[in-house]
Design a protein around this ligand. Structure first.
Ligand SMILES: Cc1ncc(COP(=O)(O)O)c(C=O)c1O
Length: 512
Protein backbone atom coordinates (compact mmCIF):
# COMPACT_ATOMS: atom_id res chain seq x y z
CA UNK A 1 0.00 0.00 0.00
CA UNK A 2 1.29 3.49 -0.86
CA UNK A 3 1.92 5.83 2.03
CA UNK A 4 -0.03 9.08 2.10
CA UNK A 5 0.35 11.90 4.59
CA UNK A 6 -3.06 11.74 6.21
CA UNK A 7 -3.11 10.30 9.75
CA UNK A 8 -5.75 7.74 8.75
CA UNK A 9 -3.60 6.26 6.01
CA UNK A 10 -0.48 6.35 8.19
CA UNK A 11 -2.41 4.22 10.63
CA UNK A 12 -3.41 1.92 7.79
CA UNK A 13 0.29 1.51 6.85
CA UNK A 14 0.98 -0.04 10.23
CA UNK A 15 0.97 -3.81 9.74
CA UNK A 16 -2.19 -5.51 10.85
CA UNK A 17 -2.06 -8.09 13.61
CA UNK A 18 -1.39 -11.04 11.29
CA UNK A 19 1.32 -9.20 9.44
CA UNK A 20 3.23 -8.92 12.70
CA UNK A 21 3.41 -12.71 12.96
CA UNK A 22 6.90 -13.94 12.19
CA UNK A 23 6.85 -16.19 9.11
CA UNK A 24 8.14 -16.34 5.56
CA UNK A 25 5.65 -13.52 4.85
CA UNK A 26 7.39 -11.20 7.31
CA UNK A 27 11.01 -11.53 6.25
CA UNK A 28 11.50 -8.08 4.76
CA UNK A 29 9.99 -6.09 7.64
CA UNK A 30 11.77 -8.48 10.06
CA UNK A 31 15.16 -7.77 8.48
CA UNK A 32 14.50 -4.03 8.42
CA UNK A 33 13.39 -4.04 12.05
CA UNK A 34 16.34 -6.14 13.18
CA UNK A 35 18.83 -3.93 11.41
CA UNK A 36 17.22 -0.82 12.92
CA UNK A 37 17.49 -2.40 16.37
CA UNK A 38 21.11 -3.42 15.74
CA UNK A 39 21.94 0.10 14.58
CA UNK A 40 20.43 1.46 17.76
CA UNK A 41 22.56 -0.88 19.87
CA UNK A 42 25.70 0.02 17.89
CA UNK A 43 25.02 3.74 18.26
CA UNK A 44 24.44 3.29 21.98
CA UNK A 45 27.63 1.35 22.58
CA UNK A 46 29.75 3.68 20.46
CA UNK A 47 28.52 6.66 22.48
CA UNK A 48 28.56 5.02 25.89
CA UNK A 49 31.37 6.63 27.87
CA UNK A 50 30.40 5.43 31.36
CA UNK A 51 29.06 2.22 32.87
CA UNK A 52 26.09 3.95 34.52
CA UNK A 53 24.23 7.24 34.25
CA UNK A 54 23.48 7.42 37.97
CA UNK A 55 19.77 7.87 37.27
CA UNK A 56 17.48 7.55 40.27
CA UNK A 57 14.41 5.29 40.35
CA UNK A 58 12.21 8.40 40.78
CA UNK A 59 13.63 10.04 37.64
CA UNK A 60 13.08 6.95 35.51
CA UNK A 61 9.68 6.33 37.02
CA UNK A 62 8.66 9.76 35.77
CA UNK A 63 9.56 8.75 32.21
CA UNK A 64 7.65 5.51 32.51
CA UNK A 65 4.55 7.14 33.89
CA UNK A 66 4.17 8.95 30.57
CA UNK A 67 3.85 5.65 28.71
CA UNK A 68 0.27 4.66 27.96
CA UNK A 69 0.32 0.97 27.09
CA UNK A 70 -3.12 1.17 25.48
CA UNK A 71 -1.77 3.59 22.83
CA UNK A 72 0.78 1.91 20.54
CA UNK A 73 3.28 4.11 18.74
CA UNK A 74 3.22 4.61 14.98
CA UNK A 75 6.39 2.73 14.04
CA UNK A 76 9.53 1.03 15.31
CA UNK A 77 11.56 4.25 15.22
CA UNK A 78 9.20 5.84 17.68
CA UNK A 79 9.19 2.72 19.83
CA UNK A 80 12.99 2.72 19.91
CA UNK A 81 13.08 6.46 20.63
CA UNK A 82 10.86 5.88 23.62
CA UNK A 83 13.05 2.96 24.73
CA UNK A 84 16.03 5.26 24.47
CA UNK A 85 14.71 7.39 27.32
CA UNK A 86 13.05 4.67 29.38
CA UNK A 87 15.92 2.18 29.19
CA UNK A 88 18.95 2.59 26.94
CA UNK A 89 20.20 5.98 28.15
CA UNK A 90 20.36 4.81 31.74
CA UNK A 91 20.98 1.07 31.46
CA UNK A 92 23.98 -0.39 33.28
CA UNK A 93 26.65 -1.35 30.75
CA UNK A 94 28.57 -4.45 31.78
CA UNK A 95 30.90 -4.30 28.77
CA UNK A 96 32.38 -0.99 29.95
CA UNK A 97 35.85 -1.43 31.52
CA UNK A 98 34.78 0.80 34.42
CA UNK A 99 32.07 -1.68 35.36
CA UNK A 100 33.73 -3.56 38.24
CA UNK A 101 30.74 -4.37 40.44
CA UNK A 102 28.87 -7.67 40.36
CA UNK A 103 29.37 -11.01 38.64
CA UNK A 104 28.11 -9.69 35.31
CA UNK A 105 30.45 -10.44 32.45
CA UNK A 106 30.92 -8.67 29.17
CA UNK A 107 29.46 -10.99 26.54
CA UNK A 108 30.97 -12.41 23.35
CA UNK A 109 29.13 -11.52 20.17
CA UNK A 110 28.97 -15.07 18.74
CA UNK A 111 26.50 -15.61 21.58
CA UNK A 112 24.44 -12.67 20.33
CA UNK A 113 24.26 -14.25 16.88
CA UNK A 114 22.88 -17.34 18.59
CA UNK A 115 20.31 -15.21 20.45
CA UNK A 116 19.00 -13.94 17.10
CA UNK A 117 18.67 -17.47 15.79
CA UNK A 118 17.19 -19.07 18.91
CA UNK A 119 14.84 -16.12 19.37
CA UNK A 120 13.57 -16.39 15.82
CA UNK A 121 13.15 -20.16 15.69
CA UNK A 122 11.75 -20.06 19.23
CA UNK A 123 12.59 -23.66 20.02
CA UNK A 124 11.51 -24.97 23.39
CA UNK A 125 13.88 -27.65 24.60
CA UNK A 126 11.42 -29.45 26.84
CA UNK A 127 10.65 -32.26 24.40
CA UNK A 128 12.12 -33.82 21.30
CA UNK A 129 8.95 -33.03 19.35
CA UNK A 130 9.44 -29.31 20.03
CA UNK A 131 13.16 -29.15 19.47
CA UNK A 132 14.85 -31.97 17.55
CA UNK A 133 18.51 -30.94 17.05
CA UNK A 134 18.37 -28.38 19.86
CA UNK A 135 17.89 -31.20 22.37
CA UNK A 136 20.93 -33.01 20.99
CA UNK A 137 23.04 -29.85 21.01
CA UNK A 138 22.19 -29.20 24.67
CA UNK A 139 22.90 -32.84 25.56
CA UNK A 140 26.21 -32.76 23.67
CA UNK A 141 27.30 -29.73 25.68
CA UNK A 142 26.22 -31.34 28.94
CA UNK A 143 28.16 -34.52 28.11
CA UNK A 144 31.23 -32.48 27.13
CA UNK A 145 31.22 -30.52 30.38
CA UNK A 146 30.72 -33.70 32.41
CA UNK A 147 33.83 -35.08 30.71
CA UNK A 148 35.70 -31.86 31.54
CA UNK A 149 34.78 -32.33 35.17
CA UNK A 150 36.29 -35.79 34.95
CA UNK A 151 33.13 -37.86 35.35
CA UNK A 152 32.39 -41.19 33.69
CA UNK A 153 29.63 -42.10 31.22
CA UNK A 154 26.77 -42.17 33.72
CA UNK A 155 27.05 -38.42 34.43
CA UNK A 156 24.41 -36.06 33.10
CA UNK A 157 22.84 -32.65 33.62
CA UNK A 158 20.52 -29.99 32.31
CA UNK A 159 20.65 -26.31 31.41
CA UNK A 160 19.05 -24.06 34.03
CA UNK A 161 18.13 -20.41 34.46
CA UNK A 162 21.10 -19.72 36.76
CA UNK A 163 23.13 -20.75 39.77
CA UNK A 164 20.13 -20.28 42.03
CA UNK A 165 18.10 -22.90 40.19
CA UNK A 166 21.11 -25.21 39.89
CA UNK A 167 21.74 -25.03 43.65
CA UNK A 168 18.05 -25.72 44.27
CA UNK A 169 18.28 -28.80 42.04
CA UNK A 170 21.39 -30.02 43.84
CA UNK A 171 19.73 -29.76 47.23
CA UNK A 172 16.41 -31.18 46.01
CA UNK A 173 18.18 -34.27 44.71
CA UNK A 174 20.27 -34.46 47.89
CA UNK A 175 17.15 -34.32 50.07
CA UNK A 176 15.16 -36.88 48.07
CA UNK A 177 18.12 -39.24 47.70
CA UNK A 178 18.78 -39.08 51.43
CA UNK A 179 15.14 -39.73 52.31
CA UNK A 180 14.94 -42.66 49.88
CA UNK A 181 18.21 -44.27 50.96
CA UNK A 182 18.17 -43.61 54.70
CA UNK A 183 14.48 -43.37 55.56
CA UNK A 184 12.93 -45.50 52.82
CA UNK A 185 10.69 -42.54 52.07
CA UNK A 186 9.78 -41.07 48.66
CA UNK A 187 9.47 -37.28 49.04
CA UNK A 188 8.26 -36.83 45.46
CA UNK A 189 5.10 -38.81 46.06
CA UNK A 190 4.66 -38.61 49.82
CA UNK A 191 5.94 -35.18 50.72
CA UNK A 192 8.35 -34.51 53.55
CA UNK A 193 8.87 -37.34 56.06
CA UNK A 194 8.21 -36.93 59.76
CA UNK A 195 11.25 -35.37 61.34
CA UNK A 196 12.27 -33.53 58.14
CA UNK A 197 12.82 -30.48 60.33
CA UNK A 198 15.93 -32.24 61.67
CA UNK A 199 17.64 -32.48 58.26
CA UNK A 200 20.76 -30.30 57.99
CA UNK A 201 22.81 -28.85 55.11
CA UNK A 202 26.35 -27.62 55.74
CA UNK A 203 27.70 -24.62 53.84
CA UNK A 204 30.48 -22.19 54.60
CA UNK A 205 29.62 -18.94 56.33
CA UNK A 206 30.35 -17.10 53.05
CA UNK A 207 28.34 -19.40 50.77
CA UNK A 208 25.75 -17.91 48.42
CA UNK A 209 22.36 -17.00 49.86
CA UNK A 210 20.62 -19.27 47.33
CA UNK A 211 21.60 -22.20 49.57
CA UNK A 212 19.36 -20.85 52.34
CA UNK A 213 16.67 -19.93 49.82
CA UNK A 214 16.72 -23.48 48.46
CA UNK A 215 16.43 -24.92 51.97
CA UNK A 216 13.34 -22.78 52.53
CA UNK A 217 11.81 -23.81 49.18
CA UNK A 218 12.49 -27.46 50.00
CA UNK A 219 10.45 -27.19 53.17
CA UNK A 220 13.49 -27.41 55.45
CA UNK A 221 13.80 -23.73 56.32
CA UNK A 222 16.78 -21.39 56.54
CA UNK A 223 17.68 -22.90 59.89
CA UNK A 224 18.46 -26.19 58.16
CA UNK A 225 21.62 -24.57 56.77
CA UNK A 226 24.47 -24.83 59.25
CA UNK A 227 27.13 -22.15 58.61
CA UNK A 228 30.59 -23.71 58.77
CA UNK A 229 33.55 -21.54 59.78
CA UNK A 230 36.20 -20.58 57.22
CA UNK A 231 39.96 -20.23 57.44
CA UNK A 232 41.62 -16.83 56.98
CA UNK A 233 41.28 -17.20 53.19
CA UNK A 234 37.49 -17.63 53.41
CA UNK A 235 37.59 -21.37 52.60
CA UNK A 236 35.45 -23.81 54.53
CA UNK A 237 37.59 -25.31 57.26
CA UNK A 238 37.40 -29.15 57.15
CA UNK A 239 37.99 -29.35 60.89
CA UNK A 240 35.12 -26.95 61.51
CA UNK A 241 32.91 -29.10 59.27
CA UNK A 242 33.74 -32.17 61.35
CA UNK A 243 32.97 -30.27 64.55
CA UNK A 244 29.67 -29.00 63.13
CA UNK A 245 28.70 -32.55 62.10
CA UNK A 246 29.43 -33.93 65.57
CA UNK A 247 27.56 -31.05 67.16
CA UNK A 248 24.50 -31.84 65.02
CA UNK A 249 24.72 -35.48 65.92
CA UNK A 250 24.75 -34.60 69.61
CA UNK A 251 21.65 -32.47 69.07
CA UNK A 252 19.88 -35.38 67.35
CA UNK A 253 19.89 -33.51 64.02
CA UNK A 254 20.43 -35.32 60.72
CA UNK A 255 23.29 -34.23 58.41
CA UNK A 256 22.20 -34.58 54.78
CA UNK A 257 24.43 -32.55 52.44
CA UNK A 258 27.46 -30.30 52.16
CA UNK A 259 27.66 -27.38 49.74
CA UNK A 260 31.28 -26.62 48.81
CA UNK A 261 31.53 -23.28 47.03
CA UNK A 262 34.05 -23.19 44.20
CA UNK A 263 34.55 -19.45 43.87
CA UNK A 264 32.69 -17.57 46.59
CA UNK A 265 30.78 -14.50 45.47
CA UNK A 266 32.78 -12.03 47.54
CA UNK A 267 36.24 -13.58 47.83
CA UNK A 268 36.48 -16.03 44.92
CA UNK A 269 37.66 -18.60 47.47
CA UNK A 270 37.45 -22.37 46.98
CA UNK A 271 36.25 -24.73 49.69
CA UNK A 272 38.86 -27.54 49.67
CA UNK A 273 37.19 -30.46 47.90
CA UNK A 274 40.14 -32.85 48.37
CA UNK A 275 39.62 -32.61 52.15
CA UNK A 276 35.84 -32.21 52.18
CA UNK A 277 34.99 -35.13 49.88
CA UNK A 278 36.37 -37.85 52.23
CA UNK A 279 34.37 -36.34 55.13
CA UNK A 280 31.22 -36.48 53.01
CA UNK A 281 31.92 -40.10 52.10
CA UNK A 282 32.54 -41.01 55.73
CA UNK A 283 29.28 -39.38 56.86
CA UNK A 284 27.32 -40.46 53.80
CA UNK A 285 26.53 -36.89 52.76
CA UNK A 286 25.67 -35.51 49.33
CA UNK A 287 28.44 -33.19 48.16
CA UNK A 288 27.21 -30.32 45.99
CA UNK A 289 29.84 -28.03 44.44
CA UNK A 290 28.52 -24.54 43.83
CA UNK A 291 30.88 -23.58 40.99
CA UNK A 292 28.52 -20.92 39.64
CA UNK A 293 31.45 -18.51 39.52
CA UNK A 294 34.58 -20.72 39.60
CA UNK A 295 33.21 -23.17 37.01
CA UNK A 296 34.76 -20.98 34.29
CA UNK A 297 38.09 -22.53 35.25
CA UNK A 298 36.99 -25.70 33.46
CA UNK A 299 38.19 -23.95 30.29
CA UNK A 300 41.13 -22.14 31.87
CA UNK A 301 44.58 -22.56 30.41
CA UNK A 302 46.31 -21.24 33.54
CA UNK A 303 44.19 -21.79 36.65
CA UNK A 304 42.28 -25.08 36.15
CA UNK A 305 44.05 -26.66 39.16
CA UNK A 306 42.04 -24.44 41.53
CA UNK A 307 39.06 -26.68 40.75
CA UNK A 308 41.02 -29.70 41.99
CA UNK A 309 38.87 -32.70 42.93
CA UNK A 310 35.66 -31.26 41.51
CA UNK A 311 35.04 -34.75 40.10
CA UNK A 312 34.52 -35.92 43.69
CA UNK A 313 31.32 -33.86 43.96
CA UNK A 314 27.95 -35.53 43.46
CA UNK A 315 26.56 -32.47 41.69
CA UNK A 316 27.88 -29.17 40.34
CA UNK A 317 26.39 -25.76 39.44
CA UNK A 318 28.09 -23.77 36.67
CA UNK A 319 27.01 -20.40 35.33
CA UNK A 320 27.94 -19.74 31.73
CA UNK A 321 26.51 -16.23 32.20
CA UNK A 322 29.25 -15.44 34.71
CA UNK A 323 32.64 -16.82 33.72
CA UNK A 324 31.99 -18.05 30.16
CA UNK A 325 30.99 -14.60 28.81
CA UNK A 326 27.47 -15.61 27.82
CA UNK A 327 24.33 -13.47 27.92
CA UNK A 328 21.84 -14.04 30.73
CA UNK A 329 20.48 -16.73 31.11
CA UNK A 330 22.88 -19.56 30.48
CA UNK A 331 23.69 -22.03 33.21
CA UNK A 332 23.84 -25.72 34.00
CA UNK A 333 23.33 -28.28 36.71
CA UNK A 334 25.54 -31.36 36.33
CA UNK A 335 25.59 -34.58 38.32
CA UNK A 336 27.75 -37.66 38.67
CA UNK A 337 24.97 -40.22 38.25
CA UNK A 338 22.02 -39.64 35.89
CA UNK A 339 19.84 -42.02 37.94
CA UNK A 340 19.38 -39.29 40.55
CA UNK A 341 17.57 -37.04 38.05
CA UNK A 342 14.49 -39.18 38.67
CA UNK A 343 13.79 -37.02 41.75
CA UNK A 344 13.18 -33.99 39.51
CA UNK A 345 11.21 -35.80 36.79
CA UNK A 346 7.56 -36.17 35.91
CA UNK A 347 5.95 -37.97 32.98
CA UNK A 348 2.91 -36.15 31.59
CA UNK A 349 0.84 -38.10 29.06
CA UNK A 350 0.46 -35.09 26.78
CA UNK A 351 4.13 -34.18 26.78
CA UNK A 352 6.72 -36.76 27.75
CA UNK A 353 4.99 -40.10 28.26
CA UNK A 354 6.97 -42.98 29.71
CA UNK A 355 6.83 -44.83 26.40
CA UNK A 356 9.00 -42.08 24.88
CA UNK A 357 11.73 -42.78 27.40
CA UNK A 358 11.40 -46.52 26.76
CA UNK A 359 11.72 -45.85 23.01
CA UNK A 360 14.88 -43.78 23.57
CA UNK A 361 13.28 -40.46 22.63
CA UNK A 362 15.16 -37.74 24.50
CA UNK A 363 12.78 -35.37 26.29
CA UNK A 364 14.88 -33.01 28.38
CA UNK A 365 11.85 -32.00 30.45
CA UNK A 366 12.26 -35.42 32.10
CA UNK A 367 15.15 -33.92 34.06
CA UNK A 368 14.30 -30.24 34.39
CA UNK A 369 12.44 -28.19 37.00
CA UNK A 370 11.09 -26.08 34.11
CA UNK A 371 8.69 -27.16 31.38
CA UNK A 372 8.83 -24.70 28.46
CA UNK A 373 12.51 -23.78 28.32
CA UNK A 374 14.64 -21.51 26.15
CA UNK A 375 17.37 -22.98 23.95
CA UNK A 376 20.04 -21.20 25.99
CA UNK A 377 22.59 -23.84 25.08
CA UNK A 378 22.82 -22.45 21.54
CA UNK A 379 24.77 -19.35 22.56
CA UNK A 380 27.40 -21.41 24.34
CA UNK A 381 27.48 -23.84 21.42
CA UNK A 382 28.01 -21.10 18.86
CA UNK A 383 30.66 -19.42 21.04
CA UNK A 384 32.55 -22.70 21.42
CA UNK A 385 32.27 -23.63 17.75
CA UNK A 386 33.38 -20.19 16.58
CA UNK A 387 35.88 -19.11 19.21
CA UNK A 388 36.98 -22.45 20.65
CA UNK A 389 37.23 -23.31 24.36
CA UNK A 390 40.75 -21.92 24.79
CA UNK A 391 39.67 -18.44 23.74
CA UNK A 392 36.83 -18.44 26.29
CA UNK A 393 39.19 -19.73 28.98
CA UNK A 394 41.71 -17.05 28.06
CA UNK A 395 39.17 -14.29 28.73
CA UNK A 396 38.64 -15.52 32.29
CA UNK A 397 42.38 -16.07 32.80
CA UNK A 398 43.07 -12.46 31.87
CA UNK A 399 40.56 -11.18 34.44
CA UNK A 400 42.14 -13.39 37.12
CA UNK A 401 45.66 -12.23 36.23
CA UNK A 402 44.56 -8.59 36.31
CA UNK A 403 43.07 -9.13 39.77
CA UNK A 404 46.39 -10.43 41.09
CA UNK A 405 48.18 -7.41 39.59
CA UNK A 406 45.69 -5.05 41.22
CA UNK A 407 46.15 -6.85 44.54
CA UNK A 408 49.95 -6.60 44.32
CA UNK A 409 49.81 -2.93 43.40
CA UNK A 410 47.28 -2.02 46.10
CA UNK A 411 49.22 -3.90 48.79
CA UNK A 412 52.42 -2.10 47.85
CA UNK A 413 51.14 1.40 47.13
CA UNK A 414 47.92 2.16 48.98
CA UNK A 415 48.40 2.88 52.70
CA UNK A 416 44.84 4.06 53.14
CA UNK A 417 43.24 0.96 51.62
CA UNK A 418 42.57 -2.11 53.73
CA UNK A 419 42.60 -5.25 51.59
CA UNK A 420 40.82 -8.22 53.14
CA UNK A 421 42.18 -11.16 51.20
CA UNK A 422 44.41 -12.56 48.49
CA UNK A 423 42.28 -12.92 45.35
CA UNK A 424 40.88 -16.43 44.86
CA UNK A 425 39.54 -15.55 41.41
CA UNK A 426 38.69 -12.08 40.13
CA UNK A 427 37.20 -10.22 43.09
CA UNK A 428 38.81 -8.01 45.72
CA UNK A 429 37.13 -6.91 48.94
CA UNK A 430 38.63 -3.76 50.45
CA UNK A 431 37.78 -0.47 52.12
CA UNK A 432 39.12 3.01 52.40
CA UNK A 433 40.75 3.18 55.81
CA UNK A 434 41.77 5.87 58.27
CA UNK A 435 43.32 4.94 61.60
CA UNK A 436 41.48 7.73 63.45
CA UNK A 437 38.04 6.84 62.09
CA UNK A 438 35.55 4.74 64.03
CA UNK A 439 34.00 1.65 62.44
CA UNK A 440 30.76 3.57 61.94
CA UNK A 441 32.62 6.43 60.22
CA UNK A 442 34.45 4.00 57.96
CA UNK A 443 31.18 2.28 57.07
CA UNK A 444 29.57 5.59 56.17
CA UNK A 445 32.64 6.80 54.28
CA UNK A 446 32.83 3.65 52.12
CA UNK A 447 29.08 3.75 51.53
CA UNK A 448 29.45 7.32 50.26
CA UNK A 449 32.40 6.43 48.05
CA UNK A 450 30.41 3.78 46.25
CA UNK A 451 27.29 5.92 45.96
CA UNK A 452 29.18 8.93 44.58
CA UNK A 453 31.09 6.90 42.02
CA UNK A 454 27.86 5.24 40.89
CA UNK A 455 25.85 8.48 40.83
CA UNK A 456 28.52 10.18 38.74
CA UNK A 457 28.70 7.08 36.55
CA UNK A 458 32.48 7.06 36.73
CA UNK A 459 33.00 3.57 38.14
CA UNK A 460 30.58 0.86 39.22
CA UNK A 461 31.84 -0.95 42.34
CA UNK A 462 29.96 -3.37 44.58
CA UNK A 463 29.56 -3.27 48.35
CA UNK A 464 29.42 -6.07 50.86
CA UNK A 465 29.61 -6.66 54.59
CA UNK A 466 32.26 -8.67 56.39
CA UNK A 467 31.87 -9.26 60.13
CA UNK A 468 29.18 -6.60 60.16
CA UNK A 469 31.41 -3.89 58.62
CA UNK A 470 30.94 -2.24 55.23
CA UNK A 471 33.43 -2.96 52.45
CA UNK A 472 33.80 -2.20 48.78
CA UNK A 473 34.29 -4.89 46.17
CA UNK A 474 35.83 -5.08 42.73
CA UNK A 475 34.67 -7.88 40.45
CA UNK A 476 36.78 -8.08 37.31
CA UNK A 477 35.46 -10.09 34.39
CA UNK A 478 36.51 -7.84 31.54
CA UNK A 479 39.63 -8.99 29.72
CA UNK A 480 40.06 -5.51 28.22
CA UNK A 481 40.21 -3.70 31.58
CA UNK A 482 43.72 -2.37 32.10
CA UNK A 483 45.62 -1.93 35.35
CA UNK A 484 45.75 1.84 34.89
CA UNK A 485 41.96 1.99 34.66
CA UNK A 486 41.72 0.19 37.99
CA UNK A 487 44.35 2.55 39.41
CA UNK A 488 42.11 5.45 38.34
CA UNK A 489 39.20 3.83 40.17
CA UNK A 490 41.32 3.43 43.29
CA UNK A 491 42.49 7.06 43.03
CA UNK A 492 38.82 8.11 42.87
CA UNK A 493 38.07 5.94 45.94
CA UNK A 494 40.95 7.58 47.82
CA UNK A 495 39.98 11.09 46.76
CA UNK A 496 36.37 10.72 47.98
CA UNK A 497 37.52 8.84 51.07
CA UNK A 498 39.96 11.58 52.05
CA UNK A 499 37.38 14.28 51.41
CA UNK A 500 34.82 12.47 53.52
CA UNK A 501 37.15 11.86 56.43
CA UNK A 502 39.04 15.15 56.09
CA UNK A 503 37.85 16.55 59.45
CA UNK A 504 39.82 13.76 61.14
CA UNK A 505 43.05 15.12 59.64
CA UNK A 506 42.56 18.71 60.85
CA UNK A 507 43.05 20.06 64.35
CA UNK A 508 39.68 20.98 65.86
CA UNK A 509 38.98 24.70 65.59
CA UNK A 510 38.55 26.50 68.86
CA UNK A 511 35.01 27.61 69.72
CA UNK A 512 34.41 31.31 69.24
C1 LIG B 1 28.65 -18.68 44.25
C2 LIG B 1 27.32 -18.33 43.64
N1 LIG B 1 26.36 -19.25 43.60
C3 LIG B 1 25.15 -19.02 43.06
C4 LIG B 1 24.86 -17.78 42.53
C5 LIG B 1 23.50 -17.52 41.94
O1 LIG B 1 23.61 -17.49 40.56
P1 LIG B 1 22.47 -16.85 39.64
O2 LIG B 1 22.52 -15.38 39.88
O3 LIG B 1 22.89 -17.23 38.26
O4 LIG B 1 21.18 -17.45 40.03
C6 LIG B 1 25.82 -16.78 42.55
C7 LIG B 1 25.53 -15.45 42.03
O5 LIG B 1 26.31 -14.53 42.11
C8 LIG B 1 27.09 -17.06 43.11
O6 LIG B 1 28.06 -16.13 43.17
Amino acid sequence: MLMSTTPASVAAATPNAEQFLFSDQALLPYQAAMSEAIQRVCRQLSQQTKPTSGVTPAQLQQQLQQVDLTQPLADLSQVLDELQTTYLNDAVYFHHPHYMAHLNCPIVYPALVAEVISGAINTSVDTWDQSAGATLIEQHLIDWFCQHIGWAQQADGIFTSGGTQSNLMGLLLARDHFCEQQLDHCVKTQGLPAGAGRLRIFASEVSHFSVKKSAALLGLGHNAVVPVACDQDYRMCPLALREALHQCQRQDLIPMAVVATQGTTDFGSFDPLPQLAPICREWNLWLHADAAYGGGLLLSNQYRQRLAAIELADSVSIDFHKSFFQPVSCSAFLLRNRQWLKYAGYHADYLNPRIDAAAGIPNLVDKSLQTTRRFDALKLWLSLRWMGPNAIGELFDKAITLTQQVYDWMSAECDDIELLHQPGLSTLVFRFYHAEASDAQLDECNRQIRRRLFDEGRFALAATKVNGRGYLKFTFLNATTQLDQVQQAIAAVQQIGRQTLQPLDKPQEACA
